[in-house]
Design a protein. Structure first.
Lengths: 203, 245
């Protein structure tokens, strides 16, 4: 099934693996392009803020590229998904490198995971679904997702799934109306990741 | 969290090759075929290293990695000749999910580690260590085991961690491609000081070598290449062995 809605991937100058994300979306028959300037938003029905990047360099690029206000404006009306750092940017702030203010869409903060175990968290993990959501349709406990991060949040208000790293539990998927965030990399989580991509395309 | 089974794909031209002790080369096959094969057999992650780009100060062929990494939905670590943020950016835009650095950081400018970590986050940067045992110490090598340094492996690991590296790929020049088993003494020494995830590589020649390694400590990543090239079904065999522990 070809989904006619067009997906725009936000392209920041520290943007990381955006072509891998584009490939995964196209594999699921999506129409995909990049959002590089404010003029690009109008061409897309849904927005993805991709992963890879530090929090403060990503926020700095949003400001330097003069794209922050239009992004916020578009997020309010279009279905939006943040992946890894993309999800973290939805927060009030993060203390990665130095305390930096986020987009302040979700009322939570990111902090370094308090664990004596090796960090970053690196590898495949299952998630525990807390609230039914179309984004997680057909996802179950045998699905594993690739996590690579040192900062996390615990959101009681917006968490729809959590993950556990040894004794530390944190939010793996968050949702608020049309805005979604996944802490893991759906583009690099084998068939399990493609399942969530397909769910996102069908939203 | 289970140990990831990772394969290191060594690239020369358009082929995957397997060097023995980082020297003689055996041709394995075309990049695309090898990647598709190991992905379909359940590999968890791939390390893509251009084995000649550092040595000849030549840039890695970005088209090659971009075209071959399509539809491989596991993380790909790309290494070979990184000497700037711009190189990292090019890698990320052409198929890399993480980048691996060795030669330039070791020989020229260690601060590139913190520059990359600040821009892309620690989780996207892997330090590739090529250790060679000399008397009772391990010394860092680079250029795929060809160039020596006077830097102690354990000292270098501490420095790189302080600079913000997010993961260590620990290779042994003495064991790589040898199938004689891992350098377990090196492994134990590294475990005493490491704070970031470890990918242990070099030397797996039979399943027992892996059991032996896991009896010491379960690493976050296990890198095997020669064994996989011989029998791709071994990926699942190893998974059932280690995930019981």
């Amino acid at each position: 099934m070809i989904n006619k809605k067009k997906i725009g991937i936000l392209k920041l100058s520290n943007c990381g693996n955006i072509n891998n994300l584009k490939n995964a979306l196209e594999y699921c028959n999506a129409k995909v392009g990049f959002i590089e300037t404010n003029d690009d938003f109008k061409n897309f029905d849904k927005i993805i803020i991709p992963g890879v990047g530090s929090f403060n360099s990503s926020m700095k690029n949003l400001n330097d590229q003069n794209i922050k206000n239009d992004l916020l404006h578009n997020i309010k009306k279009k279905i939006t998904l943040g992946i890894c750092i993309g999800m973290q940017l939805f927060s009030k702030s993060s203390n990665e490198i130095e305390v930096t203010e986020g987009l302040n869409i979700f009322n939570f903060e990111f902090e370094k995971i308090k664990s004596k175990k090796p960090l970053p968290v690196m590898g495949y993990n299952s998630i525990e679904i807390k609230t039914d959501n179309k984004l997680l349709k057909n996802v179950n406990s045998s699905d594993k997702f690739y996590f690579m991060h040192s900062y996390a949040t615990n959101s009681s208000n917006y968490e729809i799934a959590s993950a556990k790293y040894f004794d530390q539990e944190y939010s793996a998927v968050v949702a608020k109306e049309n805005i979604f965030g996944v802490q893991f990399h759906i583009e690099k989580s084998k068939e399990s990741g493609l399942k969530i991509i397909n769910n996102f395309l069908n939203l | 969290m289970n140990t990831r089974i990772i394969s290191k794909i060594e690239i020369k031209g358009e082929n995957v090759v397997k060097p023995i002790y980082f020297e003689g080369l055996r041709k394995i096959g075309k990049i695309n075929k090898v990647l598709k094969d190991i992905y379909s057999k359940g590999i968890d992650e791939i390390i893509y290293i251009d084995i000649v780009s550092s040595l000849y100060r030549r840039k890695l062929d970005l088209n090659l990695i971009r075209n071959n990494s399509k539809n491989i939905f596991v993380p790909i670590i790309v290494g070979g000749g990184i000497s700037s943020i711009e190189d990292c950016n090019n890698f990320f835009l052409n198929g890399a999910d993480k980048v691996a650095i060795n030669t330039y950081a070791l020989q020229t400018n260690k601060n590139i580690i913190s520059e990359i970590a600040k821009k892309y986050g620690s989780q996207s940067l892997v330090l590739n260590i090529e250790a060679k045992k000399i008397e009772n110490n391990w010394v860092c090598y680079s250029d795929n085991g060809r160039s020596s340094s006077n830097i102690n492996v354990l000292e270098w690991l501490k420095i790189a961690q302080d600079l913000g590296v997010g993961e260590i790929l620990l290779q042994s020049v003495d064991r790589d491609g040898s199938k004689k088993g891992f350098d377990l003494n090196l492994y134990k020494k590294v475990l005493e000081i490491i704070k970031v995830p470890l990918i242990i590589a070099s030397g797996a020649g039979k399943i027992e070598h892996i059991s032996e390694l896991f009896s010491i400590y379960k690493p976050q990543g296990l890198c095997i290449s020669s064994l996989i090239y011989e029998d791709k079904n071994i990926i699942n065999e190893i998974k059932s062995l280690i995930n019981d522990k």
